[in-house]
Write a protein of this length. Sequence first.
Length: 203
Amino acid sequence: MPVSSPYADLLALHRTAVQASVDVVNVVTVDDLNRETPCAGWTLGDLLAHMTVEHQGFAAAARGNGDDLSVWDVATVRQQVLDDPAGTYAAYAADVLAAFTDATGDFTIPQLGAKFPAIAAVGFHFLDYVVHGWDVAASLGRPYSLPDEVIETALPVAQMVPDGDLRTMPDAPFAPAQNGVAANDFERLLQHLGRIPGWKPQV
């Protein structure tokens, strides 16, 4: 039996979160791409292009090529997403899962201006897709849930993300934290990362 490790444990939870995002994106069609999302100013097409290019960039970083700025350029994947949102997203998600499994060294992530140990970089990606899966589901008006162990691991990571003026700057990864009564830990996580748990698209 393989010996467990913090990295292996995180990879398993990360795989669950990413696969949950694949499952919800699988129902997206090209007719859905102009839908409003919880990410202000982004259509569902914009969001999926962002999610897809982040898979591409993190996969490259895991393979030692994260300093190639082209792999983080959303223009490299946008048309693929617009043509086949579900299929394109699933393919890039599968690639990043494979890349993380084989990662051995530090990840270069230009947006953060640094190199990070694999476990930290996977943690960043994990948190993003815990939230982005919900973003897609909310845009579609569909329910979304994740296993308790995923939320229990992601919540303290989310709470380490600082709030404040940085959240209002252009290209900030998260909007300012939201107030309100949270019904559970997932809602607490969403609120801290700038989401409104009861958000619905305007019809």
